[in-house]
Design a protein. Structure first.
Length: 341
C-alpha cells in the first residue's frame, strides 16, 4: 500500500489459539519503506499483534508490540531497538509463536545490531545481512490484551556465522527448558562450516545460553544450509524438527535439499539421527538450485499426522539459466507419527 511516507508492507504470520483465554493470537510484521533499498528493511520493520475471538475472522485488538515496563515508544519499542536505526522483525513462517505452561506467549524475533557509533544498522559478518535473535514474552493482563518484555538477545560470533543468527524456532521441553534453533550462514566465508545453531533457556525464555552449532545426539555436527527450519511439539509429547541437511558443507543458502524430519531428544535437546526421515529430495529433472524450503509444518489434530506445506522452487523448471525458478506448485506432505510409550 502506498502512503505519503513510502510503501506499507504488512504480513500476517502463523498464530496460535489460547484455549484458556478463548483468543486467537496472530503476529504481524509491518514496515513503511520509503525506498527500494533492501537495507531499509533492516532499519524499519516492527512487530504487531492482533487478537480474535472468532478464529481470525475479525480482530477486537491490534497494536504494536512495545515493552510494557520502562520508557518505551513506537520509535524506541524495545531495549536496543530504535526504528530507523535498526528494527525488530519476524522470521519465516516456520518461526511460529508458542504458549508455555505458565500461559505466557513466546514470539521469536530477529534484531539487527546497531554500529558501535549507535547510528545505523551494522553488518559485522560482511554477508548478505546480519541479525541477532531474541524472544518477545507476552503475559495476559486484566484488560484482556498482552504486556510484553524482551528476552536477552542471543548473539553469535560473526567469524563463525557470517550472517549472525536468523529465523529462530522454539519449543518447550517436558522439564520446561526451552530450545531455540536458528539458521546460520557461511556465505561470506564458505570455508567455515554451514550449520544450524542452538541455544537453551532455563528461566522461561528470559536468558539464553551461548549459541553453539546444533548436532546429533552422538555429538556430530551436521551440515545445513542457510535456510529456515521448524521445531514442533506433537500431541504425543514427542518433539520434531523439520529442515534441510546436506551431506557436504553448504555454500550460503544452498543446497536447500533434501528436506527431512527427525525427533529431538528431550534430555540433550539434540537431534536423533536414527529417526531422520526424508520428506522430499531432488528428483530427475529438478534444477540444481531446487529449494525445498520456506515451508510450514503443523499437526493435524484429527489424525495426528504432521502436515508440511511447501512449494518446491525449481521442480521441473520452466526457466533456463543459472538463476532460481521462483515458480512452484503447492505441495502438502503427510507424515504419520507413531505413538511411543
Amino acid at each position: 500500500q502506498q502512503t505519503s511516507a513510502g510503501t506499507l508492507h504488512r504480513g500476517y504470520m502463523p498464530g496460535l489459539y489460547d484455549a484458556r483465554q478463548g483468543v486467537f493470537f496472530v503476529p504481524i510484521g509491518q514496515a513503511v519503506l520509503p525506498t527500494n533499498d533492501p537495507w531499509e528493511g533492516f532499519q524499519r520493520w516492527t512487530v504487531r499483534y492482533a487478537l480474535s475471538r472468532d478464529g481470525g475472522r475479525t480482530f477486537f485488538h491490534e497494536d504494536q508490540i512495545i515493552q510494557s515496563d520502562g520508557d518505551y515508544s513506537a520509535e524506541h519499542p524495545l531495549p536496543g531497538v530504535w526504528v530507523g536505526k535498526n528494527c525488530y522483525m519476524l522470521g519465516d513462517i516456520t518461526c511460529a509463536p508458542i504458549q508455555i505452561r505458565t500461559g505466557e506467549i513466546l514470539l521469536p524475533v530477529q534484531i539487527p545490531p546497531i554500529d558501535p557509533d549507535g547510528k545505523k544498522y551494522h553488518n559485522p559478518g560482511g554477508g548478505a545481512s546480519y541479525t541477532d535473535c531474541a524472544v518477545l514474552i507476552g503475559c495476559w493482563n486484566e484488560e484482556g490484551t498482552l504486556d510484553w518484555r524482551l528476552s536477552d538477545v542471543v548473539r553469535a560470533d560473526a567469524s563463525r556465522t557470517t550472517r549472525g543468527l536468523i529465523e529462530p524456532t522454539i519449543v518447550e521441553m517436558p522439564d520446561r527448558r526451552l530450545l531455540m534453533v536458528m539458521r546460520g550462514s557461511n556465505d561470506a566465508n564458505p570455508e567455515i562450516p554451514g550449520t544450524k545453531w542452538f541455544s537453551i533457556s532455563e528461566d522461561g525464555a528470559q536468558s539464553w545460553s551461548v549459541p553453539q552449532p546444533w548436532a546429533y545426539t552422538d555429538g556430530d555436527v551436521f551440515y545445513s544450509p542457510s535456510a529456515c527450519s521448524q521445531l514442533l511439539m506433537h500431541s504425543s509429547g514427542r518433539i520434531f524438527w523439520v529442515g534441510n541437511i546436506c551431506p557436504e558443507n553448504p555454500r550460503g543458502n544452498g543446497p536447500r535439499h533434501p528436506l527431512l524430519i527427525g525427533e529431538v531428544d528431550p534430555n540433550s535437546m539434540l537431534l536423533r539421527k536414527e529417526t531422520l526421515l526424508t520428506i522430499d529430495q531432488r528428483q530427475p529433472g529438478d534444477a540444481s538450485s531446487l529449494q525445498l524450503s520456506n515451508f510450514h509444518a503443523r499437526e493435524d489434530l484429527m489424525t495426528g499426522e504432521i502436515i508440511v506445506h511447501l512449494s518446491p522452487f525449481g521442480r521441473n523448471p520452466t526457466q533456463t539459466g543459472q538463476g532460481i525458478d521462483w515458480t512452484g506448485d503447492a505441495y502438502v506432505y503427510r507424515v504419520q507419527v507413531e505413538a511411543v510409550e
